[in-house]
Write a protein that binds this ligand. Structure first.
Ligand SMILES: [Zn+2]
Length: 410
């Protein structure tokens, strides 16, 4: 097994610390290409920080029925949202490990261990249940025979970045950057997040705005003050404070949806359950990115176009930076530091195209990947053979059809 397959963390890397100025003038940009992947922590990269959890928390293959690749399944929008049982032993053990500040909140499909406010954990719980529904809905629409997870999925939600990063170190996963608010560890089958509204740049902005409001209120009470102007300034400062809350919240949500999609898709049988790294990385990341768009209403987010990734992809096309497709699908290697900023948008564009134009083939491909044995070791030949077996020969014509179609995406 080569080193890169032992990399334990699947991360959303595009979120970067936004300079305050950019925050003030733009709501739409500020993203950077994906950050370099984490280096495996020596001797602990396989989750030895929590060996018993590794043993007990793997998703299981569905035993009754195996997905059939012959013919289409009935496709329904109805998603079974009935609750699954908790893994009480794991909850108890994890709570103890996280420390006394932490509490447990169970939802239909998750055990959330958190030290945030009740208000924040409620928002978080709603977001991850929406992502669960989206993932189930997605697999059902593909005609893929998904199943609910055996137990509620375990997720940690930290109020503070410092505690979040420290706990990652305790798990043997190394420190976590402040710019990256969430991560899923397939080897432990846990994901963890911190409340991104507490990211330093947002926090500073909010605190400055709140201080300014307090000052202005004092001025209001002084005799002879220009009450009208002060009221306007208060409103402006209030907007800034709210904005930093919303912006932090949105980025938090996109990350949560991406990472939780990895976890759910793995536990409902969409990805190979025996070995997460038997799944082509472009497929795992590309599919998770389908779930990134932040919901604007009550409905699930899935199905919306990922405009941020589209922009990144279009920029790569303009700069002629795409990796030749055959090379790209042949290895996980492009998710290394040099090319990871290309690998994410290119994975998204490929997955987006396949899902929109070759949906039945996506099911077939996922089923094929699911059959890879536990000890599967990838080679470029195997990756290309499996891809071409389902999607056809990746020649110039294939690539051109994809790129032409991508030009029509708005
Ligand atoms: Zn990811």
């Amino acid at each position: 097994m080569s080193e890169r397959f032992r990399r334990p963390a699947i991360r959303l890397g595009r979120l970067a610390v936004l300079p305050l100025l950019a925050l003030l003038i733009s709501t739409a940009s500020g993203d950077e290409p994906a950050a370099p992947p984490e280096k495996p922590t020596t001797g602990q990269a396989d989750g030895s920080g929590d060996k018993s959890a590794t043993k007990t928390s793997r998703p299981t293959r569905k035993e009754s029925k195996t997905p059939s690749s012959s013919g289409s399944k009935p496709r329904s929008n109805k998603v079974d949202m009935s609750p699954v049982p908790p893994n009480k032993k794991a909850e108890k053990k994890d709570l103890k490990r996280l420390g006394e500040k932490f509490k447990l909140r169970q939802t239909a499909h998750y055990s959330i261990l958190y030290d945030t406010s009740e208000e924040d954990v409620k928002l978080f719980a709603a977001a991850i249940e929406r992502t669960y529904r989206s993932c189930m809905n997605y697999t059902q629409r593909l005609g893929f025979d998904a199943h609910p997870p055996k137990h509620k999925l375990l997720i940690y939600y930290f109020e503070e970045h410092g505690d979040y990063s420290k706990f990652s170190v305790k798990l043997g996963k190394g420190q976590r950057e402040q710019s990256n608010p969430g991560v899923f560890f397939p080897d432990m089958n846990r994901s963890m997040f911190y409340n991104f509204r507490n990211q330093e740049s947002y926090r500073q902005l909010r605190e400055q705005a709140e201080q300014r409001i307090a000052q202005l209120r004092e001025q209001l009470n002084q005799p002879g003050s220009n009450r009208r102007q002060i009221a306007q300034e208060i409103a402006q400062a209030r907007r800034l404070a709210n904005f930093s809350n919303v912006q932090g919240g949105d980025q938090n949500e996109a990350t949560i949806q991406h990472e939780v999609a990895h976890q759910v898709l793995w536990n409902i049988g969409f990805h190979n359950p025996d070995n997460f790294f038997a799944n082509p990385r472009w497929l795992a990341e590309g599919t998770a990115m389908l779930f990134e768009p932040v919901s604007t209403g009550k409905s699930a987010n899935f199905g919306a176009l990922n405009k941020e990734r589209l922009k990144e992809f279009q920029e790569l096309v303009r700069q002629n930076q795409l990796i030749p497709l055959r090379d790209f699908i042949s290895t996980h290697g492009y998710f290394g530091p040099q090319t990871i900023g290309i690998a994410y948008p290119q994975s998204w564009a490929l997955t987006h195209y396949l899902n929109r134009m070759k949906k039945d083939k996506v099911r077939e491909y996922a089923e094929l990947i699911n059959k890879r044995p536990k000890d599967f070791e990838t080679t470029p030949e195997k990756e290309i053979a499996d891809f071409e077996k389902v999607f056809g020969k990746v020649d110039d014509k294939w690539v051109q059809s994809w790129l032409n179609w991508m030009k029509t995406v708005r």
